[in-house]
Design a protein around this ligand. Structure first.
Ligand code: ZN
Length: 123
């Protein structure tokens, strides 16, 4: 079966160490996710630069943290994304693991980067 993923509008030179693939049919949790096994960021086709930068923040978590801490983040983040529909579960973008990814991405891409906009990407 051929993959429906294709390479995209994001400049690969600005995302060292990862591949970025976009897909028209959406992704696992219908926003974006990072697969550390093949170092690939998956995004819906409409996703803007800040989404790619946020997912790169997860790549930075993987490369900057010891393995067990990364797993704590990845598992916690996935659980939260899955159960955020429950009223007592914090919305995904405010989850601590997500804010950590935003912080790392903003530090990497710089204060002018779209990911550094804390109104949209809380830290
Ligand atoms: Zn995330």
């Amino acid at each position: 079966m051929t993959s429906t993923h294709k390479t995209n509008k994001f400049n690969p030179e600005t995302f060292p160490g990862v591949k970025i693939k976009t897909s028209a049919w959406g992704t696992l949790i219908n926003r974006g996710w990072y697969n550390h096994l093949n170092k690939t960021i998956y995004l819906p086709e409409h996703a803007g630069l800040s989404y790619a930068q946020h997912e790169y923040g997860h790549h930075l978590q993987k490369s900057e943290l010891p393995t067990f801490q990364y797993w704590k983040i990845a598992a916690s983040s996935l659980l939260n994304a899955t159960f955020q529909f429950l009223p007592w579960v914090v919305r995904h973008k405010y989850h601590w693991a997500e804010k950590d990814a935003n912080r790392r991405a903003a530090a990497f891409f710089g204060p002018q980067a779209p990911i550094a906009n804390q109104h949209i990407w809380p830290v």
